[in-house]
Design a protein around this ligand. Sequence first.
Ligand code: GLN
Length: 466
Amino acid sequence: MESQIHKIHQQLVNKEITCTRLVQDRLNLLKENTYNTVNSLLDQQALKLANKVDAKIAKGETIGLLEGIPFGIKDVYMVQGTLTTASSDILKNYKSPYTATAIQKLLDAGAIPLVKENCDSFGHGSSSENTIFGAVKNAVNSNLVGGGSSGGSAVNVAKDYTVFSIGGDTGGSIRQPAGYNNVYGFKPTYGRVSRFGLIAYASSTDCVGPIAKSTEDIRIVLNAISGKDEKDQTTFHSDAISKERSLKTIAIKTVGYFKNFVENDALDHQIKTDFLAYLEKIKKTGVEVKELEFFESDTLVSTYYTLAMAETASNLSRLDGTNYGERLEAENLKDTYAITRSENFSEESKRRIVGGNQLLSQGFSDEIYLKGLNIRDQISNNFEKDFKEVDIILSPVTPATPPKIGDSLKDPLTMYLSDAYTVGFSLGELPTLTVPKGTSTGLQISAAKKNDELVLQFANFLNDLI
Ligand code: GLN
């Protein structure tokens, strides 16, 4: 698909539409929508900003590419003065005291935030049903889940309610909903985009990234939000990726895929057939396709959930009704903490907090947590070895098509296993993009750490493939 950002930019510059009309129309769509994508609308601020853009255009001043472009924000990012709920009871009245770095960069570029978007509470989930705002419905078939945890963001983009949205991806939460709703979703290399102002889930894999309708829009937004930030010590400097460079597709000679991902019994038959057929198509262009060995899905999923639960238990300990969050008073302080946390966290979040604290406790941490860290190192080493042999790793995004609304809540273990193909790349800190092609839930393109440019180049190469 063509770039929506360039298209709307031209319409604004040519005075074919006003920014106020553009913003008002999208706000109306968001307000009336029945997909449960909205936690709160930022309508007043958005219209004020749109007015400013119109005034600039009227005066004949030039506007930047992102100026006046309406976007959405997963409801886990701070935007000063707005509610940031993480779709949870415990933060349902929490107002952000400051603005997240990635969002501030978009505001500085003139983009206009319209909405805080529904998601799984604290990023805990793969279906956007773990939320106090009602399950997000799939953009293609509203009986199915929107995917998660950035479900509201992916559905808003798919339905054109927002031009792009900023999601969060700890173990697949941008890539999987993008795949479920047929849009692009990018998890950059860990550290390329600052996490400052993102409510932490698992800090060592949390990534900020865009969901959009084209590789070009992903590129534009990625450039705008990337960069070293003194408020997040894991960030690094990265050069902007130019449009010209992103279109240079000659760099890709070899593509790898994981044999065990394809041979996995849990893989849907049609997704498998389509994936293998797509590899054949790539081969026909002269690109070499190589089979690679990788860890079994069970190992990837259990390693990811071990570390993610340990980290989320630590990160959420500050939500105790005293430091942060809705406080429920009891007879003494200890009971106040207990009741506040028992009543205000969802079943799924409590499962993770209890599990995380258990596996960090004395007697368990060596056996489980440290072992998880050790396997994570092995996974990273495996990727390093692979990227000496191949430029890109291609994989399905999900083993199956989106479940019906209600099914994942009944069976959390099956839900965890549905993350089999996304979590490995998170543990490896790799740049990974979902493109809505190849299989019904898309394809994932991964490259070596900090090689985000190559991912976009390969996506553009696939765009040229008929
Ligand atoms: N589904 C995975 C989980 O629940 C990933 C979520 C995410 O990336 N935030 O942990």
